[in-house]
Design a protein around this ligand. Structure first.
Ligand code: ZN
Length: 244
């Protein structure tokens, strides 16, 4: 009973993380060899499936890969509709983060509520490396999230408001992201604003989520830039883009 429970737990976890990981795990544990061998078989099968088979089938069924962070890529979280890839493909200064899984409309990409149809993509802010005082393509967070540009005392503070409403998940990514590397980087406000303005100017882009204090700090006027509400996660660590 304990083993079955564990198998179900691992299956759910791997499916939530990578969509296909759970199925590959079930396949690996069906092979009658020792557990340790099954583990290595899982790794090999997962790599073959993720890099060889999934991109091919996804392309046929309408989603393609964007160049993203290492963690998003190995977990198959870097798939979008070709129309969305077309928005960013010629843009400079775009560091993609989580996008969508390769298959099935409506399949959620935890912890992002809406990344379930190929039409959503997260993009990193731009940063200045404090050590060189120059713009950089590096980002301070290993997973691309959780390093927040906090509201200043005079700015609107939705994170505090959401916490007051008991929305525990709003700042969740802060707790799983080491904060130490932020010391070397500061937000490139002008560079990030320029990036957002390019996205706003693209007719395909329908909606952008950004925390209200950053929208006013950057002085951007656009109906496309919305507030996502307290039920999601906060958006003062990345830009969320939708084309539908
Ligand atoms: Zn998003």
């Amino acid at each position: 009973m304990g083993r079955v429970f564990l198998i179900i737990l691992v299956f759910i976890l791997l499916t939530m993380l990578s969509q296909i990981g759970g199925l590959v795990y079930l396949l690996a544990i069906c092979i009658p060899v020792k557990r340790i061998s099954q583990f290595f078989i899982f790794l090999v099968l997962y790599a073959i499936t993720s890099y060889g088979i999934v991109p091919m089938i996804a392309r046929e069924t309408g989603r393609v890969q964007v160049r993203s962070t290492f963690i998003s890529t190995i977990l198959n979280r870097n798939y979008v509709r070709p129309d969305l890839k077309a928005v960013i493909v010629d843009m400079e200064n775009v560091n993609c983060l989580d996008a969508n899984f390769p298959f099935i409309n409506g399949f959620p990409l935890f912890p992002h509520l809406s990344h379930n149809d190929g039409y959503k993509l997260d993009i990193a802010f731009r940063y200045i490396d404090k050590r060189t005082n120059k713009e950089t393509d590096q980002i301070p967070s290993w997973n691309g999230y959780g390093i927040y540009e906090e509201p200043l005392p005079h700015e609107v503070n939705m994170p505090a408001e959401c916490e007051r409403k008991g929305r525990w998940q709003y700042s969740l990514l802060h707790y799983i992201t080491p904060q130490s590397s932020r010391e070397n980087y500061k937000l490139d406000l002008a560079g990030t604003k320029a990036l957002i303005l390019k996205l706003v100017a693209n007719p395909s882009v329908k909606k952008i989520f950004l925390e209200p204090h950053l929208k006013s700090r950057m002085a951007i006027e656009s109906d496309k830039i919305r507030y996502q509400g307290c039920k999601a996660v906060r958006h003062d660590d990345h830009i969320h883009v939708e084309i539908q």
